[in-house]
Ligand binder design. Structure first.
Ligand SMILES: Cc1cc2nc3c(=O)[nH]c(=O)nc-3n(C[C@H](O)[C@H](O)[C@H](O)COP(=O)(O)OP(=O)(O)OC[C@H]3O[C@@H](n4cnc5c(N)ncnc54)[C@H](O)[C@@H]3O)c2cc1C
Ligand code: FES
Length: 271
């Protein structure tokens, strides 16, 4: 699961697309990240345009989404000071300072041919990279993507064009199945649209309560998932110890930035 060594780069901003609901997709040029990163790895981005040391000092972590030739995409939700500033910087600047690829990606060694991907909201960002990866294999991929309402979806055409089964749900029923991803998962299992959970490799990314609920549902069927944690980070490189997550059934902690962000659900205690 371990990737190659990271580097700090000043990368050219190729395109910026703003979707509904303050979601931004940015494509930048970085041959190193596009060609060496693994699905599930992330970058940290300097969100101010006045150089290191300026407020906010800390870089912000984002999943590496689609990769193409010497370019990669990251997708983010504007939720606070750092992402507000990044949105402004993307409008004003031609380059960004990026560090990566960081962390360990998903475990893709399994020989199971069925993949179940479950994304909540902006959790679709790393999942998009997984969809891209599995579309180059002979695996059969099902993607369940949930949002509070229809405005949370973006770039759905991309997923429709892939050779996958796409199942959409919204809490308010404004698009797709009415209910959350666990409701949809349970419904698909009950209606026998999905096989036994143990037939699938299962990957889950989204808010912690959603990932926890999926793991409970899948756990009842004696199956584990790979979850990608989005614990707030300071250094992103295993130095500050600020992103610890408790190990399950043993003493101690993992560092999400260095040991993760992807973990098997039976190895950690999720918040
Ligand atoms: C490995 C990793 C990959 C990530 N990938 C993505 C991605 O692809 N796209 C994306 O939109 N976001 C992603 N995130 C989350 C993203 O880094 C944060 O949303 C961002 O740093 C917030 O910065 P801010 O300054 O705008 O918000 P802040 O001002 O720091 O916080 C604003 C609000 O957001 C909450 N918040 C901040 N950080 C997080 C977090 N990590 N998780 C949940 N809530 C948070 C705060 O509690 C607060 O309520 C990822 C995080 C990690 C650790
Ligand atoms: S963020 Fe510093 S150790 Fe993980």
């Amino acid at each position: 699961m371990t990737g190659v060594k990271y580097s700090e780069e000043r990368v050219e901003i190729i395109s910026v697309k703003e979707g509904s609901n303050n979601i931004i997709s940015c494509v930048v040029r970085s041959e190193l990240i596009a060609t060496t990163s693994l699905p599930g790895q992330f970058v940290t981005v300097q969100v101010n345009n006045r150089g290191a040391g300026c407020i906010p000092v800390l870089r912000r972590p984002f999943a590496i989404s689609n990769v193409k030739k010497d370019r990669f995409e990251f997708i983010f939700d504007v939720v606070g000071r750092g992402t507000e500033l990044l949105k402004k910087v993307l409008k004003e600047e031609k380059c960004l300072n990026i560090l990566g690829p960081l962390g360990n990606g998903f475990d893709l060694k399994s020989e199971k041919k069925q993949k179940l991907l479950i994304a909540g909201g902006i959790g679709i960002a790393p999942v998009k990279r997984l969809v891209q990866y599995f579309s180059t294999t002979d695996c059969r991929t099902t993607l369940i993507w949930g949002n509070r309402n229809k405005s949370g979806f973006f770039d759905t055409d991309y997923f429709i064009d892939q050779n996958i089964k796409l199942l959409i749900c919204t809490d308010d029923g404004s698009m797709g199945f009415e209910g959350n991803v666990v409701d949809l998962l349970e419904s698909e299992i009950k209606n026998k649209n999905l096989n036994s959970m143990s037939d699938y490799d299962i990957f889950v990314v989204g808010p912690d309560p959603m990932m926890k609920a999926v793991c409970v549902s899948v756990g009842k069927r004696n199956t584990v998932c790979q979850v990608s944690l989005e614990t707030p980070m300071a250094c992103g490189m295993g130095v500050c110890q600020g992103c610890a997550v408790k190990k399950k059934n043993e003493e101690g902690y993992y560092l999400v930035c260095k040991d993760g962000p992807v973990f098997y659900s039976d190895k950690i205690i999720m918040n």
